[in-house]
Design a protein around this ligand. Structure first.
Ligand SMILES: [Zn+2]
Length: 149
């Protein structure tokens, strides 16, 4: 996450400062808080997890080895979610952002396929899902307890 943010930051030097602060605001709100919420949920269920395992494809956000399960917490903007927030691409440098997001989606798909081949079960939690905690909690409980999830 950090490495890709640095790359994005380097490439966005052309953007004016207003756009840049808007982007950094989004980065902060998307890449940290939702992941912490999901971590807290999983911790409250009593599962042990590991974070950002570099030895696995896509450096998954949350890995639960005892269940052989993986959770990616995706920002709707960076990973191109089909929701309102995901559709909000900056007007300036639009093409750049669209290509960037398309590339992210391709990589996400590739990583998921690799992980599945390795026997991991994978779920994505979207940033916008954090708004309905009860629903998210139910989904996580189901995913983590079901051996065929
Ligand atoms: Zn979304």
């Amino acid at each position: 996450m950090i490495a890709s943010m640095a790359r994005v930051k380097a490439k966005t030097n052309k953007l004016n400062s207003m756009d840049r602060s808007e982007i950094m605001r989004r980065v902060r709100s998307k890449d940290t808080t939702p992941e912490l919420v999901v971590r807290r949920l999983i911790f409250s269920f009593g599962y042990r997890y590991r974070l950002h395992r570099r030895d696995l494809p896509g450096k998954p956000d949350i890995v639960i080895p005892s269940r052989k399960k993986i959770i990616f917490v995706h920002g709707c903007f960076w990973h191109g979610h089909a929701c309102k927030r995901g559709a909000r691409i900056p007007k300036q440098n639009r093409k750049y952002w669209e290509q960037k997001i398309t590339r992210n989606k391709e990589l996400d798909k590739k990583h998921r396929a690799e992980l599945k081949r390795m026997g991991w079960r994978v779920q994505i939690v979207w940033e916008c899902e954090i708004r309905n905690l009860k629903k998210l909690e139910n989904r996580m409980v189901k995913f983590l307890s079901d051996s065929n999830a």
